[in-house]
Design a binder for this molecule. Structure first.
Ligand code: AN7
Length: 367
């Protein structure tokens, strides 16, 4: 039997900037499923897999970067952390801070957080500040608090966040035995696309703009190729596509409702150095992709997560997906975080019958 998964810091210790004596704050994040998606392969003429990051302890990819960021905060002796969030960062920060016994302050855009994520922050004991503004305003506030007071910022501008998040690329190469031809993922604050590119590059023996100056980043090559990075934003929150800050971002995919991405330069480098692209998808396409993932692939993701799949389907419709290409789509967060959006206009009151065979069978059309 394979050894039990130990969390990303222990699993990739030789590639992360931690010393053996540093204590890892972990909830055994990572080691998430990489699932073949025949329905997507059929729709695109490619070979498509989904990396299911909703299987992480708090239900999103943020846990990979939070184990590293919070572990460093603890090593450095800080007692409190702060973050801005569209929901998943705060859920993850709250859980890891609770585990570490730290105070956790989160700044959230009022009224724009999915209910499940808000519940997570509250239940894990975070201190919430609702901001009358959007995520970009929240991040400005969080940075200012961390600058002026003894609290550590754990947004992805903290370099240890991207260090942890790069492990998802390692897992994909470890599972496939090679790098994919194309890696697709949603883009919000643009940390994750930068982190994946760093991970793929390190396995290929190369460094990137986002790499830390640490010897672990320069170990030998494991594979010789890297994927093209395909990032997808929501049309109403697409600063990369417009090549300008979006002052009032709007999308049903609240997780990526971000108009001024913090990792703008790293993500631009990831896109260009990989020969990739960052495009936008409509809210309608996002919801269609979310429904298709649920009904045909068997994976329930939150709306923002479906942007990666919506983007690949859009490119396939435009004839821009190379036939037979090996494609991995990261689906970043769990669908249970935002059931209201997923249910939308659907019928929620199935007909009631007595618990008896005949009426039930008749109703189901089985009789
Ligand atoms: C499900 O939680 O920014 O491009 O504050 O929750 O690395 O920002 C979340 C982002 C994609 C975008 N999918 O990733 C936050 C936050 C989901 C997300 C993204 C987010 P980045």
């Amino acid at each position: 039997m394979a050894a039990p998964w130990r969390g990303v810091i222990a699993e990739y210790a030789d590639r992360l900037p931690f010393e053996p004596e540093e204590h890892a704050i972990t909830l055994l994040e990572g080691g998430t499923p990489l699932i073949e998606a025949p329905a997507l392969s059929e729709a695109t003429g490619a070979e498509v897999y989904v990396k299911v990051e909703g299987a992480n302890p708090t239900g999103s990819f943020k846990d990979r970067g939070m184990t590293t960021a919070i572990s460093k905060v603890v090593s450095n002796g800080s007692q409190a952390v702060v973050c801005a969030s569209t929901g998943n960062t705060s859920a993850s920060a709250a859980a890891y801070a609770a585990r570490a016994g730290l105070r956790c302050i989160v700044a959230l855009p009022v009224g724009k957080i999915a209910a499940g994520k808000l519940a997570q922050a509250i239940v894990h004991g975070a201190e919430l500040v609702q901001v009358d503004g959007n995520f970009d305003d929240c991040l400005r506030l969080a940075r200012a608090l961390a600058h002026a007071y003894p609290v550590s910022l754990v947004n992805s501008v903290n370099p240890y966040r991207l260090q942890g998040q790069k492990t998802a690329a390692f897992e994909i190469v470890d599972a496939l035995g090679c790098a994919p031809d194309i890696h697709a993922l949603p883009v919000g604050n643009a940390g994750n696309i930068s982190a994946y590119w760093m991970g793929y590059s390190e396995y290929a023996g190369m460094t990137t703009a986002a790499s830390l100056d640490h010897p672990s980043a320069r170990r030998g090559a494991v594979v010789s190729t890297r994927p093209r990075m395909w990032g997808f934003q929501a049309e109403g929150a697409a600063p990369f596509v417009k090549d300008a800050v979006v002052e009032n971002p709007e999308t049903i995919a609240t997780a990526i409702r971000i108009g001024n991405p913090a990792s703008w330069a790293y993500a631009t480098a990831a896109r260009d150095d990989s020969g990739g692209l960052i495009d936008a998808v409509s809210d309608a396409d996002i919801l269609d992709a979310q429904a298709l993932l649920a009904s045909e692939v068997g994976v329930f993701v939150e709306p923002a997560s479906a942007a990666s799949v919506a983007g690949v389907l859009k490119k396939a419709r435009a004839g821009q997906v190379p036939s037979g290409a090996l494609i991995v789509c990261t689906v970043t967060g769990n669908g249970l975080k935002d059931t209201a959006t997923a249910l939308g206009e659907r019928e929620l009151d199935p007909t009631t019958v007595p618990a008896e065979l005949e009426p039930a069978a008749a109703l189901l059309g089985l009789a």
